[in-house]
Every structure is written in structure tokens, then in C-alpha cells.
Design a protein around this ligand. Structure first.
Ligand SMILES: Nc1nc2c(ncn2[C@@H]2O[C@H](COP(=O)(O)OP(=O)(O)OP(=O)(O)O)[C@@H](O)[C@H]2O)c(=O)[nH]1
Ligand SMILES: [Zn+2]
Length: 363
């Protein structure tokens, strides 16, 4: 019946639910089911009601567990038991590192070792893709499907969801139109929309690049602070303008503007990372303390867009070797790396040095 939402649509709904603080139900083939809610958007009444269902845990990533010195028996994640007297402030302090230094968690935190963490993993993956803190309060329930129906909650089946959470969604071009720009009057903006209700991405084509030759290309990740506000903490704004200027000067090029703000963690989490950076952590450590990997972006999106525009080889404007290897692995030949060294300031010198030392950026 086509009027019933499919798994992609249910996942989009679940993401929206988590962002709003609405619980979702997750089930697996063995008959195990849980209710999960975002630790960030949880409210006190809902925590009290979850406790009535059983013994909830806070599911956090292995990265966050490392910071809290909690044992991650599940490897990439840990299920932290919630003490009976713990309130919402306690739960949020497990998820959110902003107060780690002022009020270190009174440990040791107890983590669960037995049982299956598959549904907790889905809850964290959904929270990440909803661009909220990667932590969820999770409690088992009997017959999740019936619970979801009686409470009007979105219900996600593990087997159907897992492949979608591991892979990117297909992108389709929605529209393209002429966009005269300062760097070139022959600009054209293409808008791409994913099937999963996620962020749209854009491609700016300059001139009419020959599809049979390597095109001068840039995969730019959104940076509201750098691209628009003139932030001195990174080099994104000058890189964006530098890349466009070079394409304008050569008369041809394609700039992909990927809405993967904050290396894929979203602007709110990036600002949380900046708050930690003001406490002395570097850009990579801040991501880890929040529970994220160094870089949560998916550059395969870039290849998808280039291919759908008819390109199969690029001269890539970048200092990031991960972008080059991902292009090559996904069928876009990189015939040349064109360095993009602009915009170093007193404020971003440390940030650029960390990227070179820890993320392999070329200087
Ligand atoms: N999480 C996090 N993201 C940041 C920070 N500073 C900048 N960013 C984000 O980092 C990304 C930088 O994107 P790019 O310039 O495309 O990528 P890059 O990996 O530096 O590679 P090249 O510029 O191509 O050499 C943007 O999404 C920014 O929003 C930070 O301190 N923490
Ligand atoms: Zn930036």
C-alpha cells in the first residue's frame, strides 16, 4: 500500500521526533524492543515516565565514554546505567561535555555489559543524523509495535533501518538556473535533494566545463561562521572565495557546496565544540569529547553530484587527502591536487596546525 510510509520516510520522521524530544520505538527480529529518546531534548516528565517502564540507560558513543572514563563493553558505544535518584541534569551531563571541567561526573559510571546493543546503536546513529548530541535514553518495552501504535510513536525495525543508516541517500537534481556572479557572469546553480528528507546540497557550475576533460573542482563543506560571518577561527571563507575566483579566472569549474556544517555535526554541535576549544581543547579533541569522530562527513555525496552532472575526472582544489582518496574510490579520477592555501590568521593558526598534525592535511 503506497500510502504507508516506507523505511526511509519513517527514519526521517524518527529524526524529527528525536530533535523535538519525542520518543521513538525501535524493534529487532528477535522480538526485543526499546523506547528511545534524545538525551539532549528530553524533559523531566518524559524521563519520569520512561523510568516507570523499566530501567533506562543512557547510550553514548565510545568517544564520549572515553572522556567519561566509562567502560564501553559494546566497543563503539556504552550503555550507562541511570541511578534511581538521577535527574535530568545528571542525564544531560552524561551527554553534554560543556560542564565536564566545572562539575566532573561523580564516577565510576556503571555500564551494561550483557545483552544486545543493536537498537542503542540505531538510536545514536539517528541522533547523529539529526545533528543533536549523539546520546539517547533507552528503555526496553514488551511488544514495541503495539506500544508504538497505542502511544502514536514512530516505530523503526532494525533489519530494515540498518542499511539506510549506514549509507547515504540518493540525490536528485531539483532545479538549475543561471546565476551571474562576481567571479563569472556564466554561473549556474544546481540544487540537489536527497530522498531521505535530509539536507539539500548545491553545485555551482562556472562557464561550460568540458565533460571529457578534468574539471577544476572544489568540495566545500558549509561553514556558516567562516563562509558568511567572516570568522577568523577557520579558513573556510577565504577558501570558498579563493576557489570561486580561480574558477572565474580559468573560465570553468564546479564548486560543490555540501551542507555538512561543522564537519558533519551541525552548527549547534560545532558551537559546542568551539565552547570546548575556549577551554583549551583542540578541534579534534573537542569533537571526541562531544562523542563524535574527528570528521563525520560523507564525501561520497560529492562524487554522486559530480557524476550526475556528467563529470568523471577532476583537478581538485583541496589540502585534505581524505577527499582525494574518497573521490578515487567512488569512481572520480583526481588528475591533480590544486593546493588551496589562503586565509591563515593568528586565530586559526593552531586549528590549521592540528588539521595537519592529526587529520593528515597537506601544508
Ligand atoms: N567540528 C568542527 N568543525 C569545524 C571546525 N572548524 C571548522 N569546521 C568545519 O570544517 C569544515 C571545513 O570544511 P572544508 O574546508 O571543506 O574541509 P577540509 O577538510 O578543511 O579540506 P580542504 O579545505 O579541502 O583542505 C566545515 O564544515 C566547517 O564548518 C571545528 O573546530 N570543529
Ligand atoms: Zn570554517
Amino acid at each position: 500500500m503506497s500510502l504507508i510510509p516506507d523505511i526511509t520516510e519513517l527514519l526521517a520522521r524518527a529524526r524529527a521526533d528525536l530533535r523535538m524530544g519525542v520518543p521513538v520505538v525501535l524493534t529487532d527480529d528477535s522480538g526485543f524492543s526499546v523506547v528511545a529518546i534524545s538525551a539532549e531534548t528530553l524533559n523531566p516528565q518524559r524521563l519520569a515516565d520512561l523510568k516507570k517502564l523499566g530501567d533506562p540507560v543512557v547510550a553514548i558513543t565510545g568517544r564520549r565514554a572515553e572522556t567519561l572514563k566509562a567502560r564501553a563493553y559494546d566497543g563503539d558505544l556504552a550503555r550507562v546505567s541511570i541511578p534511581a535518584d538521577a535527574d535530568i541534569t545528571w542525564v544531560q551531563a552524561v551527554a553534554d561535555p560543556s560542564d565536564d571541567l566545572n562539575a566532573p561526573m561523580k564516577g565510576p559510571l556503571m555500564t551494561e555489559r550483557h545483552g544486545n546493543a543493536n537498537l542503542h546503536r540505531i538510536a545514536i546513529a539517528l541522533a547523529k543524523s539529526a545533528r543533536i548530541l549523539p546520546a539517547a535514553v533507552v528503555v526496553p518495552v514488551e511488544d514495541g509495535r503495539a506500544f508504538a501504535v497505542s502511544h502514536g510513536l514512530t516505530c523503526i525495525d532494525h533489519t530494515r533501518a540498518a542499511p539506510h543508516l549506514a549509507d547515504r541517500s540518493a540525490l536528485h537534481e531539483v532545479v538549475a538556473a543561471r546565476l551571474p556572479m562576481e567571479v563569472s557572469e556564466a554561473g549556474r546553480l544546481h540544487v540537489f535533494r536527497p530522498e531521505d528528507g535530509g539536507e539539500e546540497h548545491y553545485a555551482v557550475e562556472i562557464g561550460r566545463p568540458d565533460r571529457d576533460k578534468p574539471v577544476l573542482a572544489r568540495l566545500h563543506s558549509a561553514c556558516f561562521t567562516g563562509d558568511l560571518m567572516g570568522s577568523l577561527k577557520c579558513d573556510c571563507g577565504p577558501q570558498l572565495r579563493g576557489a570561486l575566483a580561480q574558477m572565474g579566472a580559468e573560465g570553468a569549474g564546479v564548486l560543490l557546496y555540501l551542507n555538512q556544517e561543522g564537519r558533519g555535526i551541525g552548527l549547534a554541535n560545532k558551537m559546542r565544540a568551539y565552547f570546548l576549544q575556549d577551554q583549551g581543547f583542540d578541534t579534534v579533541e573537542a569533537n571526541h569529547r562531544l562523542g563524535f569522530e574527528d570528521d563525520e562527513r560523507d564525501f561520497r555525496l560529492g562524487s554522486d553530484i559530480l557524476k550526475s552532472l556528467g563529470f568523471n575526472s577532476v583537478r581538485l582544489l583541496t589540502n585534505n587527502p581524505a577527499k582525494i582518496s574518497m573521490m578515487e574510490r567512488t569512481g572520480i579520477a583526481v588528475t591533480e591536487r590544486v593546493p588551496l592555501k589562503v586565509g591563515e590568521t593568528a586565530h586559526n593558526r593552531g586549528y590549521l596546525a592540528t588539521k595537519a598534525a592529526k587529520s593528515g592535511h597537506l601544508l
